[in-house]
Design a protein around this ligand. Structure first.
Ligand code: BGC
Length: 436
């Protein structure tokens, strides 16, 4: 009898061991219940933001797992090259982070993206996405991506205590001359490197030059993005490069070893006074582990000469052709473009939503001010450093040219290299930007 009980118990256990995995195997989420996305959001604020967006998706589509592949490297300097090779090899993920504007063009031309015009219509995005942004996600009249945010690039971040301690009024720093005078004061009073720069990956150099070029006036910026600055002796270009040269006199000597967020961290701690960066930097100040308060601990002003201007860096996702999970890919894009998705992502990211119907109460004070500035901007301009404003054949050269300049500070060599790169890419300047 006892033997029999043991035998039955053993049979039950063995059956359970066999049936359990078999049931799991049959009822497990099918492989298509995955959406694989690539992005380069790895800093504290960036990670918090993408995780919030993923949560919105997973709540809406329970059972579909978002497989994130984050590729470290600010502004996508690592991921962009990796993505090209994946897409070329026919291994595009279901969606990937991409800037609006020129950055999508090579993919569109090689027919690696499918139009999502139907989705734009069905979701009513046209009614809630500003025209200036909408125009940047279309090729040949069809929509190819949807924006998740709008970043402002022409921002100086400052540590409030540092400026107060040195009696510097940020409201007066509206020209580069005034800004450099403030830097001189900080240096004289012991702040040897008042400007934080972190240019691992080189793009942060281009980012600064771009804002200096914008500070030369919208007409010059327009000329630049339309590929019309082709003379190495162009006085405005030379002036901009000289301003950048002066700027470099105030940056931390270890800049080449720092990432963008490590440079922002120096403003957070007060080691540096200023950092020129897009408003993803806001995410670093407000991430709970840091917990700084805009207006109390830190502040911002437009990079000198750009008051009333809004430099645009816009992150998008798209629907690549032939992906492994097409329905999930489209659902991911749906969430990216949704009010709920944008209102979960952007408050943490630091940016403002691409949608005009966002719930403003969800946003912090910097973003409330930025939403207002965006609505009232006199001029908007597409970032070149962040893929939108100029063709890739030009931008591929740009970071190397600027990085060389940061080392040799040779204005004439940089002007020659920049204008030669523009001329070499002349056939690719197909967008006729009209910015003023
Ligand atoms: C992206 C932002 C990102 C930043 C730093 C920019 O190019 O648009 O989303 O936070 O790079 O990585």
């Amino acid at each position: 009898m006892v033997k029999m009980v043991y035998a039955v118990a053993a049979a039950v256990i063995i059956t359970a061991l066999i049936v359990g995995p078999a049931v799991w195997y049959v009822t497990r989420p099918p492989p298509e219940d995955v959406v694989e996305i690539y992005h380069w959001w790895t800093s504290g604020g960036e990670k918090a933001a993408i995780d919030a967006l993923v949560s919105v998706f997973e709540d809406k589509y329970p059972g579909v797992f978002v497989k994130q592949t984050p590729v470290a490297g600010g502004a996508g300097y690592v991921m962009k090259a990796l993505m090209k090779s994946l897409v070329l090899a026919g291994e595009a993920p279901d969606a990937f982070q991409m800037h609006a504007g020129y950055e999508g063009k090579p993919y569109f031309e090689a027919e690696y993206l499918e139009p999502i015009t139907d989705l734009w219509v069905a979701e009513g995005w046209k009614d809630v996405i500003p025209d200036v942004v909408e125009a940047m996600v279309k090729f040949d009249g069809e929509y190819y991506s949807v924006p998740v945010n709008i970043h402002r690039v022409n921002v100086v971040w400052y540590n409030k205590d540092v400026l107060q301690d040195h009696a510097i009024d940020p409201a007066t720093l509206t020209t580069w001359d005034a800004f450099f005078t403030a830097c001189d004061k900080l240096v004289a009073e012991g702040h040897t490197h008042p400007i934080a720069l972190g240019d691992i990956g080189k793009w942060a150099d281009t980012h600064v030059l771009e804002q200096i070029i914008a500070g030369e006036g919208i007409a010059f910026y327009e000329k630049w993005v339309n590929g019309k600055v082709t003379s190495a002796t162009d006085t405005t270009l030379v002036h901009a490069l000289n301003t950048f040269k002066t700027y470099l006199g105030y940056v931390n000597p270890d800049h080449a070893a720092l990432t963008w967020d490590q440079a922002t961290a120096r403003v957070i701690t007060g080691e540096a006074a200023f950092n020129v960066m897009g408003d993803w930097a806001n995410g670093e100040f407000i991430v709970p582990a840091v917990g700084k308060v805009y207006g109390t601990d830190y502040g911002t002003f437009p990079t000198p000469g750009t008051a009333g201007m809004y430099g645009l860096c816009i992150d998008c996702f798209q629907h690549p052709a032939g992906v492994a999970h097409p329905a999930n890919s489209l659902n991911w894009i749906r969430v990216v473009g949704s009010k709920e998705g944008q209102d979960a992502f952007n408050p943490k990211k630091g940016s403002i939503p691409a949608r005009t119907d966002a719930d403003i109460t969800k946003y912090g004070p910097y973003q409330k001010a930025a939403i207002n500035d965006f609505r009232n901007a006199t001029y908007m301009y597409p970032s070149v450093a962040h893929g939108s404003g100029a063709p890739e054949t030009f931008t591929a050269e740009l970071d190397d040219i600027m990085s060389a300049f940061v080392t040799d500070k040779d204005v004439s060599a940089a002007a020659t290299a920049l204008t030669a790169a523009t001329t070499a890419a002349s056939a690719d300047y197909t967008t006729d930007w009209s910015l003023d």
